[in-house]
Design a protein around this ligand. Structure first.
Ligand code: NAI
Length: 413
């Protein structure tokens, strides 16, 4: 099958990146060994549409080595790494993706992948599922179900489920403890700052950092900003999350006020128009705006463009916008998720957990689809526990076990 990638000659660097992360993904390695041995996915086509960097590539390789015919596309035009894509093609997988794809190309690639009529999909953000419900219903003929990687994709899935229109069972991989507790919190916490720091080459210490959204990602990002020496301000719409932010030691205020105070702004809400023109007008000169939420809708770019009297490339991956008052606003990575569009995404040890869950979600769909209805499911808790157990063991930690008496006392079987 003909892949569509930028340049096969980049493969050597891609292989190095994949072997590097493989060494730090012991949980996926252990699960992968079993899946490879059992050839679990033999004869099945799996479409993987997840940010195409080294960790995703390794997940795709595990599925391929476990017998699947794997199609790989990105899930964001700026997060594909061309060398990693080339390495996968050399390893015999089919890839449709390149860095900097236009929106049109991005959807062409997703469509090409779906042309292979998958049995299982692994989605990140819900674009594959959306196509399978609209223009590509034909591609769903073999579909047993799939798994969704991120909060925003799960929110979209619940929309179809609630309306009674979901066409196949989907596992909300995001909602497993071994995913969101670590990936959303510690993964986003570290990689967002990695992306911002490597792109700007500026300090975080001494800056006022505004974190929009105190969910799992926002908590991690605020915690790490504090550790880097920033003064952290949180904006929220949920009163309970707002109290949590206060009790965690952060200032809480509406964006209209935070806009005047902040030096660096990071949106992590999954919502749209969180930072708007009315806020930008009051920002200080030289502020940095970054988004780590799934879609590039959290910072209103249309209003930023409309306000600006001049736009320029301030540095690679930073667009400068000059406002009529002379203040410059710096937007990182076009407002796309900064840890992937301006970095390498979460650390491998974190994605070890997320992709262990994904591999087991794909297996769960394969083995249980006959019992599943067209709803959104979370993996059974014992699968979550199993992933945690393998991870703990790989890190050299042991824990206690409940005795029969303790189980009885706690009303457990
Ligand atoms: P979450 O649901 O735990 O938290 C979102 C928070 O944003 C909630 O507390 C909500 O009340 C708040 N919020 C919503 N609208 C707001 C507004 N206008 N102003 C202020 N706060 C607002 O979701 P989670 O898991 O933290 O994910 C957030 C986003 O990040 C999603 O789009 C998700 O898909 C994405 N994500 C990105 C990752 C990355 O690698 N960059 C990794 C994991 C998730």
């Amino acid at each position: 099958m003909e892949s569509i990638i930028r340049d096969l000659a980049l493969a050597e660097q891609g292989h190095k990146k994949i072997s590097w992360v493989e060494r730090y993904m012991p949980t996926l390695n252990a699960i992968g060994d079993r899946l490879r041995k059992e050839q679990t996915f033999k004869g099945k086509t799996v479409c993987v549409s997840v940010h195409l960097e080294a960790k995703t590539a390794y997940l795709a390789k595990v599925l391929h080595e476990a017998g699947a015919n794997v199609m790989v596309t990105g899930s964001n035009p700026l997060s594909t790494q061309d060398d990693v894509a080339a390495a996968l093609v050399e390893d015999g997988l089919t890839v449709y993706a390149w860095y900097g794809a236009t929106d049109e190309e991005y959807f062409q690639f997703l469509n090409k992948s779906l042309d292979h009529k998958p049995h299982i999909i692994i989605d990140d953000g819900g674009d594959q599922v959306n196509l399978l419900h609209t223009t590509r219903q034909d591609a769903g003929v073999n579909l047993l179900g799939g798994a969704e990687e991120t909060t925003t994709g799960v929110v979209r899935l619940h929309g179809w489920d609630k309306a009674g229109t979901l066409k196949f069972p989907m596992i909300a991989a995001n909602d497993s403890y071994c995913k969101y507790l670590f990936d959303n919190r510690y993964g986003t916490g570290q990689s967002t700052w990695d992306g911002i720091m490597r792109t700007t080459n500026l300090t975080v210490v001494g800056k006022k950092v505004v974190i929009a959204g105190y969910g799992w990602c926002g908590r991690g990002c605020a915690m790490r900003a504090k550790g880097l020496g920033a003064h952290v301000i949180v904006t929220e719409v949920d009163p309970i999350k707002a109290i949590e932010a206060v009790f965690d030691g952060f200032e809480v205020m509406p964006m209209a006020e935070a806009a005047k105070a902040g030096d660096i702004f990071v949106t992590l809400t999954g919502d749209k128009d969180v930072i708007r023109g009315e806020h930008m007008k009051h920002m200080k000169d030289g502020v940095i705006l970054a988004n780590a939420g799934h879609f590039d809708v959290e910072i209103n770019k249309v209003e930023l463009e409309a306000l600006a009297v001049r736009k320029f490339e301030a540095r690679h991956n930073i667009e400068g916008y000059e406002l009529p008052n002379g203040h410059r606003i710096n937007l990182l990575a076009e407002g796309r998720l900064v840890n992937l569009a301006a970095g390498d995404g979460h650390p491998a040890e974190i994605m070890d957990l997320s992709f262990a869950i994904q591999a087991l979600a794909a297996e769960y769909i394969l083995k249980n689809h006959a019992q599943l209805e067209n709803h959104v499911y979370v993996l059974p808790h014992d699968i979550d526990n199993e992933v945690a157990r393998i991870k703990l063991q790989s890190m050299g930690y042991a824990i206690d076990a409940l005795s029969a008496e303790q189980k009885a006392y706690l009303n457990m079987e």
